[in-house]
Design a protein. Structure first.
Length: 289
């Protein structure tokens, strides 16, 4: 598993270190919501503070006349601080957002209707766990994906970009558990299957709003722990299609002030029998490099 980490990071960082100029795009934002009440406030409301830090970075270029490399890094972390209604003391913060997502895609332009590609992706979070039974651990769980197939650019204009990919690959999952009183455990599983990715980005309303949408559909055909699930109610769950659909609307009010609407639809039958929806609307500071 550590070799996979080194491989994925090495693929992206070595290509970024090339001497030729890169097309860089980095968006950094800090969102915050805060409320406070005086001691004589009539009601049960309590003070709260919610903050989220986001980074979206893209580095891309043509490494050679036939090889194009695009690296995407997403980092998010946020906490919620609440005040106790009885004691008025601030409670320990709880995590509201936590994401590490790095992907490197190599596309080989050979002049055909579609181009071959190879990609590597690492997904994790900064911290996990942390309660009376389990210690908090960094970069846990870890998910690695390696995919190869064909890619097609459907739209490429000044600020519009739409591409799709269809490929086959493998995913590795590693979950570590560190009990307060007990031995550390590590569980690893592997699956393989087909993946479809649609990546779209376009300005809207005379460039006042930027809309980006990424759809990821994965159909597993193999699972390393399928035998362990035989006879259980969930023995067939791993065969269900996994869907991750992210939609982001971003509007810059001023150069450094922005509004962000994030919508994410997840479906993973192994996690929950129904679809899961995440929606955040935030106002905060942003800076573009």
């Amino acid at each position: 598993m550590r070799r996979l980490v080194v491989l994925i990071i090495f693929v992206g960082l070595v290509s970024i270190a090339q001497a030729e100029p890169w097309d860089f795009s980095v968006d950094v934002s800090l969102m915050s919501t805060q409320s406070a009440y005086s001691d004589n406030w009539a009601g049960s409301e309590t003070g709260s503070l919610i903050w989220t830090f986001n980074t979206n970075a893209i580095a891309q270029k043509a490494i050679s006349p036939v090889v194009y490399n695009k690296n995407t890094l997403k980092l998010s972390y946020g906490q919620t601080h609440n005040q106790d209604g009885m004691t008025e003391k601030w409670q320990s913060p709880s995590k509201s957002t936590d994401l590490i997502d790095f992907e490197s895609v190599f596309t080989f332009t050979l002049g055909g209707w579609a181009d071959p590609f190879a990609s590597a992706r690492l997904e994790s979070q900064f911290f996990s766990g942390g309660d009376n039974l389990v210690e908090s651990t960094m970069f846990n769980p870890l998910k690695f994906s390696e995919t190869a197939g064909v890619a097609k650019t459907l739209l490429k204009e000044d600020n519009k970009d739409w591409s799709i990919r269809l490929g086959a690959g493998f995913r590795q999952f590693n979950v570590r558990t560190v009990p307060i009183n007990g031995d550390k455990t590590s569980d690893t599983s592997v699956d393989g299957g087909l993946e479809f990715v649609s990546d779209y980005r376009s300005p809207m309303f005379d460039n006042a709003v930027t809309f980006s949408s990424k759809l990821n559909v994965y159909q597993a055909l193999y699972y390393s722990k399928a035998d362990d699930l035989e006879g259980l109610p969930n023995e067939e769950y791993w065969k269900a299609v996994d869907i991750n659909w992210e939609n982001i609307f971003t509007a810059n009010i001023t150069k450094y002030l922005m509004v962000n609407l994030y919508l994410q639809l997840l479906y993973d039958k192994e996690v929950d029998l129904g679809g899961r929806l995440k929606q955040t609307l935030s106002l905060g500071l942003t800076y573009n490099f």
